[in-house]
Design a protein around this ligand. Structure first.
Ligand code: PLP
Length: 325
């Protein structure tokens, strides 16, 4: 464990490590495992809960009273931030991209239930609106604390380095970890944790929205800033940060065949729910890589489930459900 920083503890950890025995329907495929970070326990859970244990400790340490962050309409990060604020007695203002939707469902419904104040960007630049909102909160004496997009800074990254230690302590040693990657903090943390705690397999991030070059650069910088803050020496080689952007499809949040197929397979074969935006894209990409032989049949592979389940309810029309009866 790191000695540099003491997080709050509200996540249900360690999350389960489970075997996926029915997904591939065959004996000769890769040996598949799943890390259930959809079960981190905070208001439907997800990967942001681990990051928030560190970010909220920092917020409380400096005497903040209001959390401010931003995300898409169906942001899982924002929903978990609202829940963490409620849990610790802080106020929460969320800057959500766009206009108020006609139907309040999925994560937006939960944001409201959890007591967050929502600011809609209505066509303005989300990052700018977030900083304006922060400035106004400061002037009004609300003691705001700014949580960056996706909770991805050195604290969020440290949380995932510790998560890597957790899965190693659960006995996992394999050839590869596959995860959905977007703001990069989760993948950066796993890469840092791999270096610190000795995981030697590959870490394959399936990009959800950015071109591979751009996301690789973001992740590399996050590893560098976090390791220099921790004062540890971590070597990043060519290939340490592996990003696959072959599954961007029609763009962020657009559900295609890859996503629908993965949701269907995980639900019907394993009883596990994927979210339409992140984990279905990553799991669908993983299944396609297996199919193409890019992930080899003798590999031991861990799919890191990063959560997002409540978004299912906002995408009911887009998810094609196949009847199997
Ligand atoms: C935020 C999120 C991700 C991506 O994590 P990053 O650290 O932003 O790369 C993946 N899956 C789900 C469900 C998320 O909410």
């Amino acid at each position: 464990m790191n000695e540099k920083f003491e997080p709050l503890r509200f996540a249900h950890l360690p999350t389960p490590l489970e075997h996926l025995s029915r997904l591939l329907n065959r004996e000769d495929g890769p040996d598949l495992w799943i890390k259930r970070d959809d079960q981190t326990g905070l208001a439907f859970g997800g990967n942001k809960t681990r990051k928030l244990e560190y970010l909220l400790a920092d917020a409380l340490n400096i005497g903040a009273r209001t959390l401010i962050t931003r995300g898409a309409i169906q942001s899982n990060h924002c929903r978990q931030t609202a829940a963490a604020a409620a849990r610790t007695g802080l106020n929460c203002t969320l800057v959500l991209t766009g206009d108020p939707p006609e139907e309040i469902t999925g994560n937006v419904l939960l944001d409201e239930l959890l007591g967050a104040l929502i600011v809609w960007t209505s066509g303005n630049d989300p990052e700018t609106v977030m900083h304006q909102t922060f400035g106004e909160a400061q002037e009004r004496g609300l003691k705001p604390y700014l949580i960056p997009y996706g909770g991805s800074n050195h604290l969020g990254v440290l949380a995932y380095a510790e998560a890597m230690q957790e899965v190693i302590q659960q006995g996992f040693s394999g050839d590869r970890i596959v995860l959905a990657s977007s703001s990069g903090g989760t993948q950066a943390g796993l890469c840092l944790g791999a270096a610190l705690y000795g995981f030697e397999g590959k870490i394959t991030g399936i990009s959800v929205d950015l071109p591979a070059g751009e996301l690789t650069e973001i992740i590399t910088k996050l590893i560098e800033t976090t390791s220099s803050w921790l004062d540890v020496n971590v070597q990043i080689h060519e290939g340490t940060v592996e990003v696959n952007d072959a599954y961007l499809g029609e763009g962020y949040g657009v559900v295609g065949e890859i996503e629908s197929g993965a949701i269907d397979a995980f639900a019907k074969k394993e009883g596990i729910l994927l979210d339409p935006v992140y984990t279905a894209r990553a799991a669908g990409g993983m299944l396609d890589m297996i199919h193409r032989g890019e992930i080899e049949s003798d590999e031991k592979v861990l799919f890191w489930h990063t959560g997002g389940t409540p978004a299912i309810f906002a995408y009911g029309e887009e998810i094609t459900v196949e009847s199997s009866q």
